[in-house]
Design a protein around this ligand. Structure first.
Ligand SMILES: N[C@@H](CCC(=O)N[C@@H](CS)C(=O)NCC(=O)O)C(=O)O
Length: 203
Protein backbone atom coordinates (compact mmCIF):
# COMPACT_ATOMS: atom_id res chain seq x y z
CA UNK A 1 0.00 0.00 0.00
CA UNK A 2 1.15 3.55 -0.63
CA UNK A 3 0.49 6.42 1.77
CA UNK A 4 0.59 10.03 0.62
CA UNK A 5 1.65 11.91 3.72
CA UNK A 6 4.21 14.30 5.16
CA UNK A 7 6.35 14.03 8.32
CA UNK A 8 4.84 17.31 9.61
CA UNK A 9 1.21 16.25 9.09
CA UNK A 10 -0.64 15.38 12.31
CA UNK A 11 -3.33 13.49 10.40
CA UNK A 12 -0.64 11.57 8.50
CA UNK A 13 0.99 10.79 11.84
CA UNK A 14 -2.30 9.47 13.15
CA UNK A 15 -2.46 6.94 10.30
CA UNK A 16 1.19 5.94 10.76
CA UNK A 17 0.72 5.46 14.52
CA UNK A 18 -2.34 3.31 13.81
CA UNK A 19 -0.27 1.32 11.28
CA UNK A 20 2.53 0.75 13.80
CA UNK A 21 0.09 -0.20 16.56
CA UNK A 22 -1.63 -2.74 14.30
CA UNK A 23 1.65 -4.19 12.98
CA UNK A 24 0.95 -3.02 9.43
CA UNK A 25 3.55 -0.30 8.93
CA UNK A 26 5.91 -2.60 7.02
CA UNK A 27 3.18 -3.07 4.39
CA UNK A 28 3.03 0.68 3.73
CA UNK A 29 5.33 2.67 1.49
CA UNK A 30 5.17 6.38 2.36
CA UNK A 31 5.22 9.00 -0.37
CA UNK A 32 6.13 12.38 1.11
CA UNK A 33 3.98 15.17 -0.29
CA UNK A 34 3.90 18.94 0.02
CA UNK A 35 0.29 20.02 -0.46
CA UNK A 36 -1.79 23.06 0.43
CA UNK A 37 -5.11 24.45 -0.73
CA UNK A 38 -3.20 26.93 -2.91
CA UNK A 39 -0.60 24.44 -4.12
CA UNK A 40 -2.05 20.92 -4.27
CA UNK A 41 0.30 18.08 -5.16
CA UNK A 42 -0.47 17.00 -8.78
CA UNK A 43 0.01 13.28 -8.11
CA UNK A 44 -2.02 13.34 -4.90
CA UNK A 45 -5.06 14.97 -6.51
CA UNK A 46 -5.39 12.04 -8.90
CA UNK A 47 -5.97 9.82 -5.85
CA UNK A 48 -7.72 12.36 -3.60
CA UNK A 49 -9.53 15.16 -5.45
CA UNK A 50 -9.55 17.15 -2.20
CA UNK A 51 -5.75 17.36 -2.38
CA UNK A 52 -5.40 16.46 1.28
CA UNK A 53 -3.15 14.06 3.12
CA UNK A 54 -3.25 11.38 4.37
CA UNK A 55 -4.46 9.30 1.44
CA UNK A 56 -3.85 5.55 1.31
CA UNK A 57 -3.71 3.81 -2.07
CA UNK A 58 -4.37 0.08 -1.87
CA UNK A 59 -2.59 -2.49 -4.03
CA UNK A 60 -5.58 -2.61 -6.42
CA UNK A 61 -5.45 1.17 -6.88
CA UNK A 62 -8.37 2.00 -4.59
CA UNK A 63 -7.70 5.29 -2.78
CA UNK A 64 -8.92 5.78 0.79
CA UNK A 65 -9.22 9.08 2.65
CA UNK A 66 -9.48 10.68 5.12
CA UNK A 67 -7.54 9.60 8.26
CA UNK A 68 -10.72 8.25 9.89
CA UNK A 69 -11.48 5.98 6.97
CA UNK A 70 -7.86 4.86 6.60
CA UNK A 71 -7.49 4.05 10.31
CA UNK A 72 -10.68 2.03 10.29
CA UNK A 73 -9.56 0.22 7.16
CA UNK A 74 -6.21 -0.67 8.77
CA UNK A 75 -8.09 -1.88 11.83
CA UNK A 76 -9.98 -4.32 9.60
CA UNK A 77 -6.73 -5.93 8.40
CA UNK A 78 -5.19 -7.26 11.60
CA UNK A 79 -6.01 -9.85 14.24
CA UNK A 80 -4.86 -7.92 17.33
CA UNK A 81 -6.77 -5.72 19.77
CA UNK A 82 -9.14 -3.37 17.94
CA UNK A 83 -8.48 0.38 17.66
CA UNK A 84 -12.19 0.91 16.96
CA UNK A 85 -14.55 -0.70 19.48
CA UNK A 86 -17.44 -2.88 18.34
CA UNK A 87 -20.82 -1.13 17.75
CA UNK A 88 -22.26 0.09 21.05
CA UNK A 89 -21.68 2.85 23.62
CA UNK A 90 -17.89 2.36 23.74
CA UNK A 91 -17.67 2.87 20.01
CA UNK A 92 -19.63 6.13 20.12
CA UNK A 93 -17.43 7.36 22.97
CA UNK A 94 -14.26 6.51 21.03
CA UNK A 95 -15.56 8.11 17.83
CA UNK A 96 -16.54 11.25 19.71
CA UNK A 97 -13.04 11.49 21.20
CA UNK A 98 -11.56 10.90 17.76
CA UNK A 99 -13.67 13.82 16.49
CA UNK A 100 -12.44 15.97 19.39
CA UNK A 101 -8.79 15.20 18.63
CA UNK A 102 -9.35 15.70 14.90
CA UNK A 103 -11.09 18.99 15.64
CA UNK A 104 -8.14 20.23 17.70
CA UNK A 105 -5.84 19.35 14.81
CA UNK A 106 -8.15 21.00 12.26
CA UNK A 107 -8.29 24.22 14.29
CA UNK A 108 -4.54 24.26 14.92
CA UNK A 109 -3.85 23.65 11.21
CA UNK A 110 -6.18 26.46 10.20
CA UNK A 111 -4.41 28.80 12.63
CA UNK A 112 -1.08 27.67 11.24
CA UNK A 113 -2.16 28.21 7.62
CA UNK A 114 -3.41 31.67 8.54
CA UNK A 115 0.03 32.71 9.73
CA UNK A 116 2.31 30.56 7.60
CA UNK A 117 0.48 30.55 4.27
CA UNK A 118 -1.65 33.66 4.09
CA UNK A 119 0.06 36.89 3.00
CA UNK A 120 0.61 39.11 6.05
CA UNK A 121 -1.60 41.98 4.85
CA UNK A 122 -4.57 39.61 4.57
CA UNK A 123 -4.30 38.01 8.01
CA UNK A 124 -7.28 38.14 10.33
CA UNK A 125 -6.21 38.01 13.97
CA UNK A 126 -9.71 37.44 15.38
CA UNK A 127 -10.07 34.39 13.19
CA UNK A 128 -6.72 32.97 14.36
CA UNK A 129 -7.74 33.65 17.98
CA UNK A 130 -11.05 31.88 17.35
CA UNK A 131 -9.23 28.77 16.10
CA UNK A 132 -6.88 28.81 19.09
CA UNK A 133 -9.88 29.17 21.40
CA UNK A 134 -11.25 25.96 19.89
CA UNK A 135 -7.91 24.31 20.61
CA UNK A 136 -7.98 25.52 24.23
CA UNK A 137 -11.55 24.36 24.83
CA UNK A 138 -10.76 21.01 23.22
CA UNK A 139 -7.74 20.57 25.48
CA UNK A 140 -9.82 21.45 28.54
CA UNK A 141 -12.23 18.72 27.57
CA UNK A 142 -9.41 16.20 27.08
CA UNK A 143 -8.08 17.15 30.54
CA UNK A 144 -11.47 16.26 32.04
CA UNK A 145 -11.37 12.85 30.36
CA UNK A 146 -7.66 12.05 30.65
CA UNK A 147 -8.07 9.78 33.68
CA UNK A 148 -9.91 7.38 31.41
CA UNK A 149 -7.03 7.21 28.91
CA UNK A 150 -4.62 5.10 30.97
CA UNK A 151 -3.80 1.73 29.34
CA UNK A 152 -5.98 2.57 26.34
CA UNK A 153 -4.50 2.18 22.87
CA UNK A 154 -7.32 2.95 20.52
CA UNK A 155 -8.42 5.52 17.99
CA UNK A 156 -9.34 7.99 20.77
CA UNK A 157 -5.95 7.99 22.49
CA UNK A 158 -4.00 7.82 19.21
CA UNK A 159 -5.83 10.89 17.91
CA UNK A 160 -5.45 12.81 21.17
CA UNK A 161 -1.71 12.07 21.21
CA UNK A 162 -1.27 13.26 17.61
CA UNK A 163 -3.14 16.47 18.42
CA UNK A 164 -0.90 17.13 21.44
CA UNK A 165 2.20 16.26 19.42
CA UNK A 166 1.19 18.75 16.74
CA UNK A 167 0.72 21.50 19.33
CA UNK A 168 4.18 20.79 20.73
CA UNK A 169 5.57 20.90 17.20
CA UNK A 170 3.92 24.08 15.90
CA UNK A 171 2.54 25.89 18.96
CA UNK A 172 5.07 25.25 21.71
CA UNK A 173 4.31 28.72 23.10
CA UNK A 174 0.80 27.58 24.09
CA UNK A 175 2.30 25.81 27.13
CA UNK A 176 -0.85 23.64 27.30
CA UNK A 177 0.59 21.44 30.07
CA UNK A 178 0.56 24.24 32.65
CA UNK A 179 -3.18 24.03 33.23
CA UNK A 180 -3.76 20.40 32.19
CA UNK A 181 -1.67 18.20 34.49
CA UNK A 182 -3.57 14.94 34.00
CA UNK A 183 -3.39 15.18 30.24
CA UNK A 184 0.31 16.05 30.47
CA UNK A 185 1.00 13.04 32.73
CA UNK A 186 -0.83 10.71 30.38
CA UNK A 187 0.92 12.11 27.29
CA UNK A 188 4.35 11.74 28.92
CA UNK A 189 3.71 7.98 29.03
CA UNK A 190 1.78 7.52 25.80
CA UNK A 191 4.21 9.70 23.85
CA UNK A 192 7.02 7.29 24.75
CA UNK A 193 5.40 4.41 22.82
CA UNK A 194 7.45 3.18 19.86
CA UNK A 195 4.65 4.12 17.45
CA UNK A 196 4.84 7.74 18.60
CA UNK A 197 8.65 7.84 18.68
CA UNK A 198 8.89 6.43 15.13
CA UNK A 199 6.57 9.15 13.83
CA UNK A 200 7.84 12.27 15.59
CA UNK A 201 7.50 15.40 13.43
CA UNK A 202 10.79 16.80 12.10
CA UNK A 203 12.93 18.40 14.80
N1 LIG B 1 -10.14 15.35 7.92
C1 LIG B 1 -8.87 15.10 7.29
C2 LIG B 1 -7.95 16.28 7.49
C3 LIG B 1 -6.68 16.17 6.63
C4 LIG B 1 -5.91 17.46 6.54
O1 LIG B 1 -6.39 18.55 6.92
N2 LIG B 1 -4.70 17.36 6.03
C5 LIG B 1 -3.87 18.53 5.81
C6 LIG B 1 -2.43 18.26 6.20
S1 LIG B 1 -2.25 17.72 7.87
C7 LIG B 1 -3.87 18.85 4.33
O2 LIG B 1 -3.76 17.96 3.52
N3 LIG B 1 -4.00 20.15 3.97
C8 LIG B 1 -3.99 20.58 2.62
C9 LIG B 1 -5.24 21.31 2.23
O3 LIG B 1 -6.00 21.73 3.14
O4 LIG B 1 -5.47 21.47 1.03
C10 LIG B 1 -8.27 13.78 7.83
O5 LIG B 1 -8.74 13.31 8.89
O6 LIG B 1 -7.41 13.20 7.18
Amino acid sequence: MRLHSNPASPFGRKVKVAAYETGLMDRIEVRNVQTTAVGPDPVLIVDNPLGKIPCLVLDDGTALYDSRVICEYLDSLHAGARLFPEPGPERWAALRLQALGDGIMDAALLARYETFLRPEERRWDAWIDGQLDKVARGLDRLELEADGFAERIDIATITAACALGYLDFRFAGLAWRETRPRLAAWFALFGARASLLHTLPPG
